[in-house]
Design a protein around this ligand. Sequence first.
Ligand SMILES: C[S@@+](CC[C@H](N)C(=O)[O-])C[C@H]1O[C@@H](n2cnc3c(N)ncnc32)[C@H](O)[C@@H]1O
Length: 179
Amino acid sequence: MQKESNNNYYIPAEDSIFFADYLKDKKGRSALDIGTGSGIIANVLSKNFSFVVATDVNILALVKAHETIDNCICCNAADALHASFDLIVCNLPYLPSDELLDPAVDGLSDGTKIPGMIIKSASSRIEKNGKMIFLTSSLAKYETLVQLSESLGFYVTIAAKKKLFYEELIIIECTKNKP
Ligand SMILES: C[S@@+](CC[C@H](N)C(=O)[O-])C[C@H]1O[C@@H](n2cnc3c(N)ncnc32)[C@H](O)[C@@H]1O
């Protein structure tokens, strides 16, 4: 994840590609992509899910995503939604930062404050047998997100990792039922 993102929306980077590849075989009825940016992840989900919703706080990102995704909603995390989903995913803004200057990448304290808020919001929109999957990084104190998800009643596994030059990408899966 690069500190400087495009002014309009997050241009898909190594984290996006790694996450998209991990998610490409997931199947179900309904999926929610939080922080959709360009819509790259929502597009991958659209292949195997019949109903896909994409949210973002950045309206310019949603203008881009809406070129290919019908259901785009400008809101914080899943806060504007009352539906429940089989799968909720988010390539989190995980960089530790003192201020929220760039919402595409800044996660505030330990790179976990914004991600924690997103996870809490997502956790109330999961179907009974559903799953949340997040991408974070060794640059963030991701153990905090594992603990938070467990405290919300999820079974948590580190599902995949990818070493890059300056960080390790980490994919976390959270299920309501014991895997
Ligand atoms: C790292 S980018 C990922 C973009 C895209 N999903 C990808 O993989 O290329 C994080 C995205 O989350 C969005 N975002 C940040 N905080 C958010 C929040 N509280 N609610 C919804 N979206 C948020 C940003 O605007 C940005 O588009």
